[in-house]
Design a protein around this ligand. Sequence first.
Ligand SMILES: [Zn+2]
Length: 218
Amino acid sequence: MARRRVKAKAAPADTWDDVRKSYDVRLDALRYFRIVRPHGLFKAIEEAAEVHNQAVSAYVFGLPDASVAMTLRCLEVGLGHRYEEVEKTGAPDDLFSLIDWSEQYLGKKKEIAHGFRLLRNLIHGETLIKEQDAIEAIRHTTDILNILYPFETVSVDFPCNLCSATNSVQIAKEQCFLGNRLEVTRLCSNCQKETKTRLVVSPPLPTRKDEGDAQPGA
Ligand SMILES: [Zn+2]
């Protein structure tokens, strides 16, 4: 995919309506990059989902510094866990060492070298973080975590429109990108009638919530 820089900067917000509009602009920017939520990591470390959600939420609500802090925390949690599994010893407590180790472990892959470079620069950046850097941090961190913790599908539960029984659907990895909206139609396992739901892949937060929306794999 072409890596053009998208204009993610939203207008300053004076009212809740402005906040909502800015949120949508930033969610669109995330959607453009097709950043797949790292469900493989969440499966290995349950609390990592909350860390990742906060990183993404801080970004979409216009708090890039908070977002990068949480993104780097998520990276540290993911790299540290893999380090301990592979090396059978406690992980180093600084992110630089963990990144060095990960680059070696992953065999200096060209496609992630740029990401590691950007993330290194953000660790001790002295100036305020730009929105564009926050989105890049989420993108590269998530790419790295998806390589370290691969997954194929995610199971999502949703209630039947007619009988309220819980049904499950498998969502392919490629569809699990932030901001994606999916229409799912299934035969209900209980009443055997056709049931439909709309899934929105976004951090589970007070976002716009339409009838029948569900949040995949929170
Ligand atoms: Zn049903």
